[in-house]
Design a protein around this ligand. Structure first.
Ligand SMILES: Cc1ncc(COP(=O)(O)O)c(C=O)c1O
Length: 381
């Protein structure tokens, strides 16, 4: 960490003759996903050979919604800003998520939702608690506000260590981040654990990121009626297949939403994305049907994965699975898959073990991945 910080600091000193934030002495930026064209260049592939199984996005391209959008696009008052209350979109989210309008804030993706929450609660020099490994943008957002991450290692089965989370709370704690299902481990948090945290830390904002909610059907939204300190983050980037549209939302109590509205940017959603999100939310049955197909595929892939030699898989309630080989380094598998255009995510949990995360895709893609993995293992073992 220090070596890395020194490296970027020296680099910045060379490049930038202006003053930059102290933060850059230690800050590790978000690991941006490699774009298709770069993968193609590096591995000598055609763009159409690349199958992204590393982004946890949906393989279903919502053509019908895009056609519908096309018919509406010429009527959009694009020379004007969107309605700053996003009223029509809020209505659709309200219907879908079964919460009243006053408890909803639409955002430009889940990431902006996280930023808004951090902007509202994190003071410089204060702390946020999270269970590691988890979605890295929590850390990025907190550190950009001058906050510090208190990272609590998950238990062996990847469950949140509630006792250690609770005992880590101090005067400086400003946020507790939970993620259910958790990216990258795929497990959900139990109802009892959430209640325990909310009850024992009533003055600390508790964020539950439900980006993968549609794949598990478990939500904590109804608890926002009882607990002002609970804030739910959702996105249309995963099961809705709209990662490119950048739409997410926050659900919290009316009072908490009032506070969060004080810090959110006024116009971060585009009119075009709002229109597409409205079309999509009206057709949530299709989304849930596709999510069920992915869940079925996930179980099939997991079963086949576990028949491969010396492969360990873990249960998942999201649209991805993590696995590791007891024999072949994850790095080698990752590279060999990449050479054939199958992109998976290489994960280092810092426990000396590396894992791979694969996003469940269409059956033909999943089969290609499984066949290739089997071949790689056969060659390596
Ligand atoms: C847990 C979690 N939250 C939020 C996001 C970001 O979602 P969005 O595309 O809506 O910003 C991701 C994306 O991978 C995620 O895994």
């Amino acid at each position: 960490m220090l070596r890395y910080a020194k490296k970027i600091n020296n680099k910045l000193n060379l490049i930038l003759s202006m003053r930059f934030r102290e933060l850059f002495n230690y800050f590790r930026p978000y690991g941006f996903e490699t774009p298709d064209w770069k993968i193609a260049e590096e591995y000598g592939l055609e763009l159409n050979q690349i199958i992204r199984m590393d982004l946890n996005t949906s393989a279903y391209l919502p053509q019908r919604w895009l056609k519908n959008l096309e018919s509406k696009i010429s009527t959009l008052k694009i020379s004007q800003y969107p309605d700053s209350t996003y009223r029509d979109l809020v209505e659709e989210i309200s219907r879908y998520a079964k919460v009243v309008n006053e408890k909803i804030i639409p955002t430009s993706g889940g990431d902006e939702a996280i930023d808004i929450i951090v902007d509202a609660f994190m003071d410089c020099g204060c702390e946020a608690i999270l269970s590691s490994p988890t979605y890295d943008y929590f850390r990025v957002s907190v550190e950009l506000q001058g906050g510090r991450i208190v990272s609590i290692r998950r238990r062996a089965d990847f469950a949140d260590d509630i006792d250690r989370i609770l005992s880590s709370i101090n005067d400086k704690t400003r946020i507790i981040f939970l993620c259910s299902p958790n990216n990258p481990t795929g497990n959900t948090i139990s109802y009892n654990d959430v209640i325990t945290i909310l009850e024992r830390a009533p003055d600390i904002p508790v964020v539950i990121d439900e980006a993968y909610y549609e794949y598990c059907g478990k939500t904590f939204i109804e608890l926002t009626e009882t607990y002002d300190n609970l804030i739910i983050v959702r996105t249309l980037s995963k099961a809705f297949g709209l990662a490119g549209a950048r739409i997410g939302y926050i659900v919290a109590s009316r009072e908490t939403v009032k506070l969060l509205n004080k810090v959110r940017p006024p116009n971060s959603l585009s009119l075009v994305s709002i229109e597409l999100a409205k079309i999509a939310l009206k057709d949530s049955e299709t989304v849930l049907r596709n999510a069920r197909k992915i869940v079925k595929e996930r179980e099939r892939v997991r079963e086949l994965l576990s028949t491969l030699p010396k492969i360990e898989t873990y249960p998942s309630e999201a649209n991805f699975i993590i696995f590791k080989s007891r024999e072949v380094a994850a790095k080698i598998i990752h590279r060999k898959l990449m050479q054939k255009g199958i992109v998976t995510r290489l994960l280092d949990f810092g426990d000396g073990e590396t894992y791979l995360r694969v996003t469940i895709s269409l059956p033909e893609h999943n089969n290609k991945f499984l066949k290739l993995l089997e071949k790689i293992l056969r060659e390596q073992i």
